[in-house]
Design a protein around this ligand. Structure first.
Ligand SMILES: NC(=O)c1ccc[n+]([C@@H]2O[C@H](COP(=O)([O-])OP(=O)(O)OC[C@H]3O[C@@H](n4cnc5c(N)ncnc54)[C@H](O)[C@@H]3O)[C@@H](O)[C@H]2O)c1
Length: 480
């Protein structure tokens, strides 16, 4: 089966980059990415490719290569569905905020809307691909909706979860560890559909990297992968607290255990906690699914990963208060970073949001600098929590466009994102313009603490011994 037209519903962090790379690598296939969000589509179509709505290293170049040739961004969802033989559903699947499963289950209303729209519009047979991360057995629900239109159109549902990481999306899409395709291997139509998708990826990937499974294994593999990755972060974060009490250094522990090939070195960096749109929502979803089967021990096991992560964010904020002589009321805390990780402008579930909220509750004055996140986004994140009025958020928290300005006359600096540029700052200049004693709280284990201590900073990094500026070192009560 030859695919000539692909449609992707959802032009977000997954749909945009994934389709841009498919278009780049498959010049004979027309790829149209559609979205209801007009502003987002307009940004994808901006004459200046630097203004596309998602910041990812290398993405602007890929879009520049393919856009207008065989990559299109549009709000005309119906037209793109009708024309395509293959439709990716790449819409958001956030945690439900209402009704049954509130705060745990994935909200599948956007997925269902897509299925209903496809069912309404399609006049020719389609391969429908779940690109979004979904609860296991969602394909059965999609099939139910699509197969009951009575218009004779035939559908094959495939699961093709996305494993890219924000910040390295283009790299990950160009050379993924594996691509996973789940489908119906029992029927000829199912096999043909799977082969059609294998052929798309085979444009640039060796066959052995393209894994095929049954639909349920594919759906559940994505939730499992995110649960395992997040669990490693929570595991090392749990050890970070023990390190702070014992004088062990969590970086040294990560290195020591990471060299064990049975453990491996990735996802062993202690931090203020993981963020991002996926880990928390996917684990909560997994917990919800396990509970719905009555598997309470399984649910409790995975829920602990989230409990630990929430604790780590609170603990980091509480350490700031404690170290700054048990009060931050009226004190300026400079935030370096707001994005949930470096090299992305995505802030969903970023630890910075929760640390800021905690400190604002303690009446701190927070000022934020992030190289890629907009002021509008930062306020939207805070307002979303509903902890205080919008006016109060704008009065207590300021967004500053200059890193040196943000640190000026601050009592403490909190590093919330591991942006590389933070390492290159003139830290002497920063020290000179801060209030003394000058504190740095490194939530990412990013900075050279010894160098900072030499300048005169007192430093506290997650999972490492506190380094107090010389005169204060005689005051052991200040250690966290
Ligand atoms: N962000 C990641 O790193 C990542 C990685 C792997 C998997 N995923 C999964 O991929 C899915 C999408 O995530 P994302 O980060 O791209 O989300 P996103 O919020 O950035 O993008 C989703 C887009 O879908 C659009 N949309 C929603 N309903 C629509 C409809 N009916 N018709 C047209 N457009 C519609 C929204 O307007 C939005 O622009 C989620 O299930 C997520 O769990 C995300």
């Amino acid at each position: 089966m030859k695919i000539k037209n692909i449609c992707c519903i959802g032009a977000g962090y997954v749909g945009g980059p994934t389709m841009a790379v498919i278009a780049q690598k498959c010049p004979e296939i027309n790829v149209t990415v559609v979205d209801l969000n007009e502003k987002r589509i307009a940004a994808w179509n901006d004459d200046n490719v630097e203004n596309i709505p998602i910041y990812e290293p290398g993405l602007s170049e890929v879009v520049k290569d393919a856009r207008g040739r065989n990559l299109f961004f549009s709000t005309d969802v119906d037209a793109a569905i009708d024309k395509a033989e293959m439709i990716f559903i790449s819409v958001n699947t956030p945690t439900k905020t209402y009704g049954i499963g509130k705060g745990m289950a994935a909200d599948l209303k956007w997925i269902e809307l897509c299925a209903r729209q496809i069912a309404r519009v399609a006049t020719t047979d389609k391969i429908v691909i779940e690109k979004s991360t979904l609860p296991v057995r969602t394909a059965a629900a999609l099939k139910d909706i699509l197969d009951h239109t009575g218009n004779g159109v035939k559908y094959q549902i495939l699961s093709n979860p996305e494993f890219l990481a924000e910040g390295t999306a283009v790299e990950d899409l160009h050379a993924p560890d594996r691509v996973l395709i789940g489908g119906d291997r029992e029927t000829a139509e199912g096999k043909t559909a799977m082969q059609a998708l294998v052929d798309v990826y085979a444009h640039w990937l060796p066959k052995e990297r393209i894994l095929t499974t049954n639909v349920w294994s594919s759906e559940l593999s994505k939730l499992t992968a995110n649960a395992f990755l997040a669990q490693r972060v929570s595991s090392i974060n749990a050890m970070s607290e023990l390190c702070e009490h014992t004088g062990a250094d969590v970086n040294e522990i990560s290195k020591a255990i990471g060299m064990d090939s049975r453990i491996g070195s990735k996802f062993l960096k202690a931090s203020v906690g993981f963020g991002g749109s996926c880990f928390q929502k996917d684990i909560l979803n997994l917990v919800y699914i396990a509970k719905s089967f009555g598997l309470n021990e399984v649910a409790d096991y995975w829920e602990q990963v989230i409990i630990m992560n929430d604790y780590q964010k609170r603990r980091f904020a509480a350490n700031i208060v404690k170290t700054l002589f048990n009060t931050v009321s009226g004190k300026k805390i400079a935030f370096l970073g707001w994005a949930f990780k470096k090299d992305t402008n995505d802030t969903r579930e970023s630890a910075a949001i929760y640390v800021a909220d905690y400190l604002l509750n303690e009446q701190a004055e927070v000022e934020v600098y992030d190289p890629k996140v907009t002021e509008e986004q930062i306020y939207a994140d805070l307002d979303y929590l509903g902890s205080r009025s919008e006016e109060e958020n704008r009065r207590l928290l300021k967004v500053i466009k200059d890193p040196y300005e943000v640190c000026k006359e601050a009592h403490g600096i909190a590093v919330l994102t591991e942006w590389d540029e933070f390492k290159t700052y003139d830290w002497q200049r920063i020290y000179d313009c801060m209030l003394k004693p000058a504190f740095v709280f490194d939530g990412r284990n990013l900075l050279d603490l010894q160098k900072l201590a030499k300048i005169g900073f007192s430093t506290a990094a997650v999972g490492r011994p506190i380094v107090l500026q010389e005169k204060m070192a005689e005051e052991p009560s200040l250690a966290i």
